[in-house]
Design a protein around this ligand. Structure first.
Ligand code: TXA
Ligand code: MG
Length: 331
């Protein structure tokens, strides 16, 4: 096991082998916090059935406690113990789990998940991640794991161990190292209103793919019908100011391009070939890199609003939103 010294203590890095997984799971069972790789982003994991561990997650992230957490489990069978599935929810879970889909469903009676994890709501957001290491870790923990993205609240989500360590060093017990996250944006969050699916957050499963299984999905517009407390207007924010749909680069700006248009002015290109999957996987790394290079202004070129482009543009709009205005837009 490798250790990285920090100002505030020592961050343990748990290797992706049997011993590493067991040691990290043991920390979880003791009520400590472990960041772990999923296929979307790194999660900041804690025992969801332990009120103190859940409170520690909010504390470590500086996250407002009205913003509920996603519960991670290793199988659909275990998810059924915690939430009530409708036939449509069951179909979506069968099709997309393990994978980048989070379902918001009614808690079952006797569900052991801390009420703090769901911010007092009578629903739970739940998913089975599509990452072999995450599944082995969840199985070893042998309890539901609450895991928001492993970054300080409002900041850029982490897709590498290095991102997690630079944001949370000294605040958590360690990181289970699964390398870089393949998808790179968070899961798609789907709730239900009077039985019909509602897109609460675009993410790793595209709307098009979702609808191919569920039929038409309503896009949540903040009309109060299905609460999505976490959709803060300012989020995913780098230190730098962000300008969107930029077709030129102003003096002092760093430029993030997509495709061949504007590549000649790019400091970083998310995908020269215009591949949205590649772009999603590099988005947060590009924003972290700009911060590390101390740019104070970032311009981002246009990105098509289809497929994974929807999730990319959603994150970029929040990264560009006024910072003094971290208000809830979809409540
Ligand atoms: O890919 C992901 O989803 C990652 C990885 C670690 O699994 N997790 C993640 O968690 O992005 P977080 O906490 O950063 O985002 C959870 C989102 C928030 O927008 C939150 O408000 C919403 O899910 N959410 C959680 N519980 C909810 C509920 N009961 N009803 C409605 N929205 C809920
Ligand atoms: Mg997050």
């Amino acid at each position: 096991m490798v250790s990285m010294k920090s100002d505030t203590g020592t961050m343990r890095i748990f290797k992706a082998d049997k011993n590493g997984i067991q040691a990290a799971a043991e920390k979880i069972r003791q009520g400590e916090l472990i960041a772990f790789a999923t296929e979307t982003v790194y999660g900041l994991g804690g025992d969801a059935s332990n009120d103190r561990a859940v409170a520690a997650i909010y504390e470590a992230k500086g996250r407002p406690s009205f913003n509920p957490l996603i519960i991670h489990v290793p199988s659909l069978a275990i998810a059924r113990e915690y939430v009530e599935f409708t036939p449509l929810a069951e179909r979506l879970a069968q099709k997309f789990w393990p994978g980048a889909l989070t379902l918001v469903l009614p808690r079952r009676k006797g569900c052991p998940v801390s009420l703090l994890a769901s911010a007092g709501l009578d629903t739970l957001a739940i998913r089975v991640p599509g990452h072999r290491l995450a599944l082995e870790f969840l199985t070893a923990c042998d309890r539901p794991i609450a895991a928001p993205s492993a970054n300080p609240s409002g900041g850029i989500s982490p897709t590498t161990v290095h991102h997690v360590a630079s944001g949370l060093e000294g605040r958590i017990a360690g990181i289970l190292d699964g390398g870089s996250c393949a998808i790179g944006v968070e899961s798609t969050v789907v709730g239900f209103h009077e039985g019909s699916p509602v897109l609460l957050r675009p993410g790793g499963i595209s709307l098009e793919l979702l609808e191919s299984c569920s039929g038409p999905v309503r896009i949540h517009q903040g009309d109060g019908s299905t609460p999505s407390p976490g959709m803060l207007q300012s989020h995913y924010a780098p230190n730098a100011a962000v300008r969107l749909n930029a077709t030129s680069k102003m003096p002092g700006e760093a430029y993030i391009a997509f495709g061949r248009d504007y590549d000649q002015i790019a400091d970083v290109n998310l995908s020269l070939t215009g591949d949205l999957t590649e772009a999603a996987s590099l988005l947060f790394s590009a924003l972290h890199l700009m911060d590390e290079m101390n740019f104070s202004r970032i311009a981002v070129g246009p990105i098509p609003d289809i497929g994974l482009g929807r999730a990319i543009n959603d994150r970029l709009r929040r990264a560009a939103a006024p910072r003094d205005n971290r208000q809830v837009v979809n409540q």
